[in-house]
Design a protein around this ligand. Structure first.
Ligand SMILES: [Zn+2]
Length: 265
C-alpha cells in the first residue's frame, strides 16, 4: 500500500528529537511523501531547510489563522501588501524550484479570538496569491464554512485546493467539491460521535478525498493525549475503507492519485 500524507506539521518541535526515525518507519509502512504546510512567516525558513534535505517532502507557504494575531502585531503586520509580496516572492523564486506546492495553510477559525474581519483580510491575501500564481490552496476552516464558501466563490481560484481536516455535512462537502476543492480526511472519521462528517465522507466520490494526519495534532480515536504521527496514515486509510465498504487498497490508490493531481507532484 502506497500513501501520501497531504497535511503534516512534520517541521514542528514535537518531531525535533526523532524526525528521521519516524520518517523511516513511515517509509516502511508505505508512505511515499508528505506535504508540510506553512503556518507563520517566522517558520517558513526552517521549513525550507527541511525541504532541501528531503526530496520526498513538499511544502506550502502561508499564515495559519491561529498565527494571524501574531502576524498583525509583528513588524509590518498591518501592511497586507507586504505579506502579498512576501508570499509571491517565496513561492515564485524559491518555492517552485524547491517543491513548495501550495499556498497555505490559511483560512478562518471561529475558535480563535482574532476578529473575523482581520482573519478575512489575511485570508484574502492568500486567495489573491493562489489566483495570481495558479497554485492550489490548503485551507483551514473551523465553523466558518459559509464565509469560506462565499470567499471561494468570489475569487474562484483556478487550481482549487483542499479543505484540510474536513468536518461538516454532505451538502457542504459537495459545495467545496464543486468549487474544485478536495476534502482532507484525517483522524476525525475514527470518532463514532462524528456522525455527520462520517456520513458525508462515506457519500462523497472517492475522487474528492485525500488522506492527512495533521500530525502532531488530531489524534485518532483511542489515542487522545498522544503525539499524532504520519505513521497513523494507514489506519486512517483503513477507517475510510471501512466507512465506505471498499478494500483499503482502493482507498490507497485513489487518494494517492488525488493528492498527486491536487498538488501536481
Ligand atoms: Zn494544519
Amino acid at each position: 500500500m502506497e500513501l501520501i500524507d497531504s497535511h503534516c506539521h512534520f517541521d514542528f518541535d514535537a518531531f525535533a528529537g526523532d524526525r528521521d526515525t519516524v520518517w523511516q518507519r513511515c517509509r516502511d509502512l508505505g508512505l511515499k511523501g508528505l506535504v508540510i504546510p506553512g503556518v507563520s512567516i517566522s517558520q517558513w525558513q526552517t521549513l525550507f531547510e527541511l525541504l532541501r534535505l528531503r526530496p520526498d517532502w513538499y511544502g506550502a507557504v502561508g499564515v495559519h489563522p491561529w498565527w494571524v494575531e501574531a502576524f498583525l502585531a509583528g513588524p509590518g503586520g498591518q501592511d497586507k501588501q507586504l505579506l502579498l509580496e512576501d508570499l509571491r516572492e517565496q513561492l515564485s523564486s524559491w518555492g517552485r524550484r524547491e517543491r513548495c506546492v501550495a499556498v497555505g495553510e490559511c483560512g478562518l477559525d471561529r475558535g480563535v479570538e482574532t476578529p473575523l474581519e482581520h482573519q478575512c483580510d489575511i485570508f484574502r491575501v492568500h486567495l489573491a496569491t493562489a489566483c495570481e500564481l495558479e497554485l492550489p490552496l490548503i485551507i483551514h476552516v473551523h465553523r466558518y464554512h459559509a464565509e469560506v464558501l462565499s470567499l471561494l466563490k468570489e475569487y474562484r481560484p483556478a487550481r482549487g485546493g483542499v479543505i484540510h481536516a474536513f468536518s461538516g455535512s454532505e451538502e457542504i462537502a459537495r459545495e467545496y467539491w464543486q468549487l474544485g476543492f478536495y476534502l482532507g480526511i484525517g483522524g476525525t472519521i475514527t470518532y463514532s460521535r462524528a456522525l455527520k462528517t462520517r456520513r458525508a465522507v462515506a457519500a462523497m466520490p472517492l475522487e474528492s478525498l485525500v488522506l492527512e494526519s495533521d500530525a502532531p495534532d488530531m489524534p485518532l480515536s483511542g489515542r487522545q493525549g498522544q503525539r499524532n504521527s504520519p505513521e497513523n496514515l494507514p489506519d486512517i486509510a483503513v477507517a475510510l475503507a471501512a466507512l465506505r465498504g471498499i478494500p483499503v487498497e482502493e482507498v490507497a490508490v485513489q487518494t494517492f492519485r488525488n493528492t498527486e493531481l491536487l498538488f501536481a507532484l
